[in-house]
Design a protein around this ligand. Structure first.
Ligand code: PEP
Length: 254
């Protein structure tokens, strides 16, 4: 089953208006130059830049995503943004359960699951993040932790059309450290097995599982050529047009 690779940038809490606009315009221009790339592209700027980036991406096949959403449609939730609002702002995707949100905001699997259901109802695709800490890896619990995160945070009505999984070892995010390619493939294959149990084999075989954690132009080929790796969720390197584009090129997108 051929799964189209997704090259996704998570800008996190970075970029003011001018910088974000330039970055989006630069990515749009490079993706246009690729003609018909074999991968899909996604950028996830902070909320403040969503509408501006949407405009800057005009005419380029680059989807827009947000980095979080509330599970309610509207109401008394100061500081939060609903999936319906994100859809209205032009988003097609929303990242949910990033380890930085699990750590900074105490987000649980149950909460992430609720947010994903709300995202589907608004017509958004959810990029649901999972991944173990260094302590969990060192104590041999990687597969157990990731499996439990999948079982808890992926809704029962998830399928390949509304959900992408991102495996991001917490200790590899922003550190320059990465697991070996063999470790990554082992986790991705195990995650796909759990997805098959939960959602059926057909769904699991179609669902994209991205790797994230210090993906750079230099290691993109190694990770993105693994059989169960269907793209990348990229933090730091997504903030430079040339790095983001080099990752896509090295991954064989064009
Ligand atoms: C991320 O933020 O999802 C991420 C993987 O960051 P980095 O690529 O910087 O490790």
């Amino acid at each position: 089953m051929a799964r189209k690779k997704l090259i996704a940038g998570n800008w996190k809490m970075n970029c003011l208006l001018a910088e974000g606009t330039d970055l989006a315009k630069g990515i749009a221009a490079e993706v246009k130059k690729m003609g018909k790339p074999s991968c899909e592209f996604l950028v996830c700027p902070p909320f403040t830049l969503l509408t501006t980036v949407k405009k800057a991406l005009r005419g380029a096949k680059v989807a827009l995503g947000a980095q979080d959403a509330h599970f309610n449609v509207k109401g008394a939730h100061t500081g939060d943004v609903s999936p319906v609002m994100l859809k209205d702002a032009g988003c097609q995707y929303v990242i949910l359960g990033h380890s930085e949100r699990r750590a900074d905001h105490g987000e649980s699997n149950e909460l992430i699951n609720k947010k994903a259901v709300a995202a589907y109802e608004a017509g958004l695709k959810a990029v649901i993040c999972i991944g173990e800490t260094l302590e969990q890896r060192d104590s041999g619990k990687t597969i157990e932790v990731c499996s439990n995160q999948i079982l808890g945070s992926v809704p029962d009505n998830a399928d390949a059309s509304n959900t992408v999984i991102a495996y991001e070892p917490v200790w590899a995010i922003g550190t320059g450290k990465t697991p070996t390619a063999q470790d990554v493939e082992e986790v991705h294959a195990a995650v796909r097995k759990v997805l098959a149990k939960k959602l059926g084999k057909g769904n699991a075989n179609k669902m994209r599982i991205l790797y994230g954690g210090s993906v750079k132009p230099g290691n993109a080929k190694e990770f993105l050529s693994l059989p169960d790796v269907d793209g990348a969720l990229i933090g730091g390197a997504s903030l430079k047009v040339e790095d983001f584009v080099a990752i896509a090129k090295n991954a064989g997108c064009c």
